[in-house]
Design a protein around this ligand. Structure first.
Ligand SMILES: Cc1cc2nc3c(=O)[nH]c(=O)nc-3n(C[C@H](O)[C@H](O)[C@H](O)COP(=O)(O)OP(=O)(O)OC[C@H]3O[C@@H](n4cnc5c(N)ncnc54)[C@H](O)[C@@H]3O)c2cc1C
Length: 454
């Protein structure tokens, strides 16, 4: 029976890889997941501090994330999720402001009445725009200035764009902000309503762990600390993977890695395909976690307009997560997204701490260092794809030009944003494609293995 099952290698054990394995196994495929890290989860993985599991990077699930909600239900962790209304703040010229509903926008003190009105209008305007392809050739600045006006753009949008895109902000199309405004408003009902967010006890990993257990019950095998060195391609067909010189044959290989990593492990694929993958650009992130003895601010997130502050937001996740689940610590993340050429990516942890804390004290002059329990620096290189204007034809396809090699990653999810909801939703498309092709695969797997064993 096992012999007749289609054998699939999924590379990458992030939330996308694990969800993909689950869905393929449900369809009767034999799936092996290879993850080079120590744990599953990728960007949504965890770190341990004082025996407490904490998200490596802050993660929330929105009430409108329907795929994530149903995965939580299917994997039996729905009773561990908690919905909370959170608040958002804005830091401008040394002061903190509430920044939540369109009504708050209209009361926002750093703007005059007319600017506030236009800012609120922008949020509403985005909800009625449905033709995102049209926006893909409009620079984000032009689109925002047209409705919000120059004043609100400089005071609000520009710093927000800088926070998300670092020095690449000017090259991105309007689609990005539109997508964010749509996602943000998806969690609210009516203009005065509050944001609904959800967290899982013991973090996002609770879902990944439960889903992995469901997978194992369906026969999926997970291989941790097992990086794939090469996807073997013979006559333009993926025949398996290589790990430390050993060839493992598969009927098909699915990559969930970032595009440049995939490019680097397919030496026998056509050069034009490798080049296309290699040129996909991503923002990285530098994201220290400050573990504190007490609450810092009442907001889940504070956006920062002051350009001299190196981090671009203060994300206090324990305003969402009940601190009782993290031994009563208070968790504050201080992220900065980094352009691909940012020198900050090469800073040592000590350098990051010194620079970050200098400005942290400037923002919070009353803060005392004795309230710090730990300062932990987390960083990642491939986080948010950058899609310059008019490059839609450069988005890779699920079925790559190599037969039986499939791929899925955040570059391909455009114009949706890369998050748990969009990547798990995208697995449905991959599974559809694989199921459509599978009946045409013949069984030369074993022969191929013998031929190329090294
Ligand atoms: C600071 C920050 C905050 C975020 N906040 C949120 C949030 O609030 N809500 C939300 O939904 N999303 C959030 N996200 C986004 C979310 O984390 C990602 O969209 C999601 O985790 C992507 O999952 P993935 O499986 O596609 O990719 P990844 O998590 O990147 O997984 C890819 C995996 O491939 C593995 N890999 C790479 N090369 C190899 C190899 N050669 N062999 C084997 N394995 C390999 C990697 O180790 C990795 O585990 C946030 C991300 C960051 C960085």
């Amino acid at each position: 029976m096992e012999q007749t099952k289609k054998q699939i290698a999924v590379i990458g054990g992030g939330i996308m890889g694990v969800t993909l394995a689950y869905k393929l196994a449900q369809q009767g495929m034999q799936v092996n997941v290879y993850e080079r890290g120590d744990n599953l989860g990728g960007l949504a993985s965890y770190m341990l501090f004082d025996d407490v599991r904490m998200d490596r990077f802050y993660h929330t699930i929105l009430s409108s994330d329907t795929m994530m909600q149903s995965l939580m239900e299917e994997s039996g962790v729905a009773d561990k999720r908690h919905f909370t209304v959170t608040k958002q703040g804005f830091y401008d010229s040394g002061k903190l402001y509430d920044f939540n509903t369109p009504v708050d926008f209209m009361m926002f003190p750093p703007l005059n009445l007319f600017q506030r009105f236009r800012l609120g209008l922008q949020v509403i305007y985005a909800q009625f725009e449905s033709d995102w392809r049209k926006m893909d050739s409009i620079p984000v600045e032009n689109w925002l200035v047209k409705v919000s006006g120059r004043g609100a753009y400089n005071k609000v949008w520009k710093p927000l764009l800088r926070a998300k895109f670092d020095t690449t902000a000017e090259s991105v199309p309007a689609t990005y902000i539109w997508s964010r405004l749509k996602r943000m408003m998806g969690t609210r009902k009516g203009v005065t309503s509050k944001e609904m967010m959800c967290y899982l006890e013991n973090g996002y990993y609770t879902l990944i762990e439960a889903l992995a257990k469901k997978c194992e019950a369906l026969g999926v095998k997970f291989h941790l600390k097992t990086g794939i060195d090469e996807i073997v391609i013979e006559n333009n067909k993926a025949t398996g993977v290589k790990i430390a010189g050993e060839f493992l044959p598969y009927d098909a290989v699915i990559s969930t890695m970032a595009s440049p990593i995939l490019s680097s492990i397919i030496p026998n694929a056509d050069k034009s395909f490798r080049d296309l993958l290699a040129k996909q650009q991503y923002l990285g992130v530098m994201c220290p976690l400050l573990i504190l003895k007490k609450q810092l601010v009442p907001y889940y997130v504070v956006n920062i307009t002051d350009e001299k502050i190196p981090f671009t937001a203060v994300v206090e996740t324990t305003n969402l997560i009940d601190p009782q689940y993290v031994k009563d610590y208070h968790l504050v993340y201080l992220p900065k997204y980094l352009a691909p050429d940012s020198p900050i990516a090469n800073w040592s942890d000590e350098q990051v701490k010194a620079e970050w804390m200098k400005y942290f004290h400037l923002m919070f002059p009353e803060f005392e260092d004795s309230d710090i329990v730990e300062f932990i620096v987390q960083r990642a290189k491939f986080v948010e794809p950058i899609r310059p204007m008019n490059t839609l034809d450069e988005i890779p396809k699920i079925q790559t030009p190599v037969e039986r090699l499939y791929m899925g990653n955040t570059v391909m999810i455009y114009p949706d944003l890369g998050n748990g909801e969009s990547v798990t939703r995208f697995t449905t498309k991959i599974v559809e494609q694989v199921l459509a092709d599978a009946p045409t695969w013949s069984h030369e797997r074993e022969l191929s293995g013998q031929k190329t064993q090294s």
